[in-house]
Structures are given as structure tokens and as C-alpha cells.
Ligand binder design. Sequence first.
Ligand SMILES: [Fe+2]
Length: 502
Amino acid sequence: MKRVVDILTLALVLCILSATAAAAQAESAEGVLYRGPYLQMATPDSIVVVWRTEGPIKAEVRFGRSLESLETKVPESDILTRVSADIDAPGSVPRLYLETEETAKERAEEGKDHSSTTRSNTYQYEAQISGLLPATRYFYAIYDGERRIAGGEDCFLKTSPSHGSRTPTRIWIVGDSGTGGANQKAVHEAMRSLVERESRLLDMYIHVGDMAYGDGTDKEFQERFFEMYDPTLRSVAVWPAMGNHEGRTSRGRTGVGPYYDAYVTPTNAEAGGVPSGTEAYYSFDVANIHFVCLDSHDLDRKPNGAMARWLRADLEQTNSDWLIGFFHHPPYTKGSHDSDREGQLREMRTHIMPILEAGGVDVVLTGHSHIYERSMLMDGAYATPTIAEGVILDDGDGNPRGDGAYRKSAGLQPHQGTIQIVAGHGGAGVSRKGTMPVMREIIVDHGSVLLDVDGDTLTGRMLDKANEIRDLFSVVKRGRVVNTPVADPWQPTPPQEAKQAD
Ligand SMILES: [Fe+2]
């Protein structure tokens, strides 16, 4: 009986929505695509396609293995529709962000020039495509009835490889990009040109936060993230971590705000891992890599907090070969921020790093500090201030053509060494406060990071905005390796001397 009632309610809601749609269509130019399509939450057999239109459409996704035969359809009834608060629709229809009085007041006091409320007459569509084959490419198109509103050769998706498989995976990492300016554009273009040069596409895109300066408003997301990266987002699933700037309008505790509207991230282990029950932090698997995303901004970072307890449970169950963690606030930095002095950074170091390293983490990706810093192979640096003595397991450069790759045992073993990467150089002005002694590379310039994981080898590169590779390192996990701290580790040059050397 309940099911019948549910179906009737759904039918009623759809009727009202179409009526609202028809009415709105009569009023203004309607059904205009203005965001996306973009890809979310890739798994081995599914992916979510998201897009927005001004005004409603009769939404449908068509997909298939070749561009000429998009024969399978996701019908309107299977597509989740969310609407801006100004639209006259039944209460059961999920709403996009409406600025709170508290946020409006705060922002007005700061003299902000626009509201953080979602653009009016917005319809956001979220279509899950399921029943796909792993590591397989499909083309897709978005339709409004019989009218195609997006599609063509740049609209394709690739499912994740099966969990545990050793399929090569290429990851693009960007942080602190969201200015909408020339540096952000150049960083994006450099990646696109490298990918083309190497004829090797991205498999996934991780953003470590601050993707929509200054307040993570809907408008800033639109101009500084979605429009900026549009050609990449159409074919590469992006996995986000929230930065403090998004945190000015979005809240990790409630999962409400433009950030949470923009992204569809796992809450129930949809892509692997242990259910987190929140979009603020989550884990997922891609091939033989387990990824963990944390909210370092506005949730409890203490060892007994909900996030840390979930993290422990999640890491206990994973049996991947690789573990990569990402979040916004870096545990080690002296770029535009100082991890010896700032609370969130200290807490991520003293409370969260011990859990990640006990779980065998290989790489930690962060942003916030507007610089590129990449550490030596290190472990157990939880004290303040951070010093290199006693925590560096290999003080070489990790370059296979230089000192050689960093070595760790096969699989996830506790405390075998972590590479810390601060990639806060994606667009915002770069700067350096000092010298973090655990770092092997410190580069005050704009760029992004590419990680390639292939079987037992992970290779990291820093690609600057002028298309140059400025850092290269590898980690090889093979057999059994015993890593112990280096007695008198190599130290980076302090900035004054570095300047003189220039
Ligand atoms: Fe930040």
C-alpha cells in the first residue's frame, strides 16, 4: 500500500513539476544549459552526470559505446531534479542553496557584491548511469525531449577499473585555483597540452579545495570552477575536498551550501570503503588505490571525533595496494601558511596524520598554502615545530633518474613513509613564509600535480603553468623493505639563501 502511495505521490510531483516547467517555459528563454555536464562519483559500473539549465527541460541522458549509437537512455523519471528556491514547485522537490540570514549579514558587513543564493530559475539534474562495464569508455549526450543540448566527441565518460585491479591510473591534482584569472587558466591549459602530447588522458581529477574564491558562492563556483574547467569536467570525474573559502557559505556539519549542491560524493560507500554517512568526508577505490577525502576545515579533527573514528574503521578494512589521502589544510607547510602556527594545520598533523600513517598512507595531497612543496619520504612527524631529524626515512630526491625512487614494502604497511604534497599553487597568488625542513622541493610558482599509478610504482610530477615539469619523483612498493630514520637528513635551502642563489 505504501508503495502505491509513494508511486502516486511521485506521479503527482512529476505532474506538478511538468506543469511548473510548462508555465516557466512560457515566461522566458528556457532550457538553456549553463553548467556542465560534468561527471561525479565514478565507480566500476556507474557514474553520475550532472548539469544545470536555466528553466526546466524534459531531461534525458542517452549513452553508448560509440558516438553514433547512444542507444541506452536514462529517462526523466530516473533523474534527480533539484531547483532553486525561487521556483514554485512542491515542497518535496529538493532545493538548491538559499542564502541564510546569518551568511547574508556576515557577507553584507564585508561589503560583498553578490548574494550566495543559487541563480534564479535553476534546474539541476543528476543522472546516475548504471550497469556499465569497468574501465570502459562511453559517449553520452543530454537531451531536452528530442532536442540535444549537450553531446559530441568531448562528452564521454570512463568507468573506474575494478577494485583491486592493477590498471594504470592518472590523477590530476589542483588546489587553490579559484580566482578565475590568467594563472588558473594557464595551469589548466598546461595540463591539457601535456595530456595531448603524451596521448594519455586523465582518469580522475582531485581538487584539494579553494576552488571558488572568495566565498564559494554559487556564482563563484560557476565562473571560477565550472566555466574554467568545462572541457575537462565533461569527461573526467572530479573528487573534491572543501576549502576554507567554500566554507564561508557551505557547512560540513549540515552538508548545506553551494559546495554541497555542486558535488555528488559518496556517503554510503557507493564507490568502495566504509560508509561515512556524510558528503563532507568519504572514501573510494579506483583500481588498486584507496582514496580518503577529509574535511579539515569545519569538522572535529580530534582523535575521538566522528571523522577520525570513521577514518580508522575505513583504513582497517581496505586491502588496496595504495593509499592516498586528500584534504585542504596541509600538515606541513611554510608557503602562504605556516603549519607550525595554525590550528587546523596542527590538528591535522597531530591527530589525523598518526591515523593515516598507521593505515600505511603513501601520499597526502593538500592545498591552502599557495606554493608547491613536496616532502622526502617521512613518517611520524607529529611534533610542533616540525623538524626533519628523526622523521625522514629517505632524504633523496625520489627521482628515478637522480637519487632513485623511494622504496616501501608491497601493500599497505604501517609507518613505511609518506610523501606530502602541498599543491596550493593552482591559481591564487603564490608566496613563501619560510622553509619547511621535511620538504625536498619547494617551488613558488603556479602549477598542478599529476600522479600516475601503475602496478607497484607511483610517479608524481609537478607541471608548471609554462608547461615545464619542475619536479619528478617515484615511489616503488615491492617485496619487503625496512625503512628507518636517516641520521642527519638533507635540508632544503632557506629562502634568503635561495634568493641569493638565484
Ligand atoms: Fe585555503
